[in-house]
Design a protein. Structure first.
Length: 311
């Protein structure tokens, strides 16, 4: 089998290698999943840079999102699982031909969900759904979203709109503003004045996160879930009290969830994908062996959708 593996920390293009590896065998309670498609999310690339080196043992295979088919079952696992199309959740390692993981960490994919959407069904759709639940907006609430043209930003816009709230989409370029035409949001370029907000969802940090926080009414909540600027949220903008800030990390929710909770949440997420609320745009498809081309495409400023990797 082949895998994309990080043997050292560094820029993903330099640090990652496409390399052969022995086909793994499923142990007690495990399944062997043959991967069909995966994608590139910011959460796959950040550990490669060494940002979390204290909790990232080398070597490792990135890839948290993806879909595959159960090829083999280990001792103690029902052999009837063979041939099932699943999301192999809860660990990285999807940028590979095969992945071994506990059978309990696999979630069945409904037949009407394409491989393309299934490969993108976990990280962004589930996070978006859980964060909107955590905000529990009431109709008419204005809710600001930074990096709103990102994959997850578009899902947040649609989920909030479906909940009756008024999404305020904050973007950093005219191109991003234009790409949101047709989405149910008021679109504002970063730095322009924001209306008073009931709550906010921030994936940028730094000044953009601070501006969003300053626009939230007293007692309102800012869910901070990403650091695209590389800068932490500053304590507050001068003259502004900061909204109550909560950090959201999908992995914290998943670690606390039972397998039944995860299955129930994914079943709702599949429904959101079917309805279009959490469907993802896919811009390009690359064989895993061409992962460097895929990384370069992923970094292009004109990219307007996700990149698929096919082992
Ligand atoms: N906490 C969690 O559990 C969790 C779960 C899912 C996602 N996330 C986070 O959500 C964020 C978006 O993920 P995604 O998969 O949706 O990304 P994506 O589809 O790859 O899009 C990222 C977009 O962010 C925008 N961006 C990049 N740097 C920016 C900056 N400094 N200021 C403003 N916008 C910037 C870019 O848009 P333009 O070039 O068009 O401006 C880029 O297209 C990431 O930070 C990710 O880690 C967190």
């Amino acid at each position: 089998m082949f895998q994309v593996v990080a043997h050292a920390f560094g820029s993903p293009e330099d640090a990652l290698m496409y390399a052969p590896a022995p086909r793994p065998a499923p142990g007690q309670g495990d399944v062997l999943v043959r991967m069909r498609a995966s994608t590139i999310n910011p959460s796959d690339l950040i550990p490669v840079t060494g940002a979390y080196r204290h909790r990232t043992p080398l070597p490792f295979v990135p890839g948290y999102d993806g879909v595959g088919v159960v090829d083999e079952t280990g001792p103690g696992v029902d052999p009837a699982l063979r041939g099932r199309r699943v999301l192999p959740l809860g660990s990285a390692g999807n940028w590979a031909t095969w992945k071994v993981l506990p059978a309990a960490s696999c979630v069945d994919v409904p037949d009407d969900i394409t491989d393309e959407q299934a490969a993108l069904a976990y990280i962004n759709p589930l996070t978006a759904r859980l964060m909107v639940q955590a905000l529990s907006p009431v109709p008419g609430d204005r809710i600001g979203i930074t990096a709103a043209a990102s994959g997850i930003g578009r899902m947040l816009i649609r989920l909030l709109d479906a909940a009756g709230a008024s999404p305020i989409a904050i973007v950093r370029s005219t191109q991003a503003r234009l790409s949101l035409r047709g989405e149910p949001a008021e679109v504002i370029e970063e730095g322009a004045p924001l209306p008073p907000l009931a709550a906010g969802l921030d994936a940028v940090g730094g000044l953009a996160g601070a501006r969003l926080s300053a626009a939230i009414r007293p007692g309102g909540l800012l869910l901070h879930y990403g650091l695209l600027s590389g800068q932490p949220l500053p304590p507050a903008l001068p003259g502004h009290a900061r909204a109550s800030v909560k950090l959201f990390r999908l992995r914290d929710w998943v670690q606390a969830a039972s397998p039944a909770d995860l299955r129930a949440a994914m079943s709702e997420t599949f429904a959101d994908i079917r309805s279009g609320l959490c469907a993802s745009r896919v811009e390009a498809d690359y064989p895993l062996a061409a992962f460097r081309d895929a990384l370069r495409h992923n970094a292009r400023p004109d990219r307007d959708g996700k990149i698929l990797l096919r082992p």
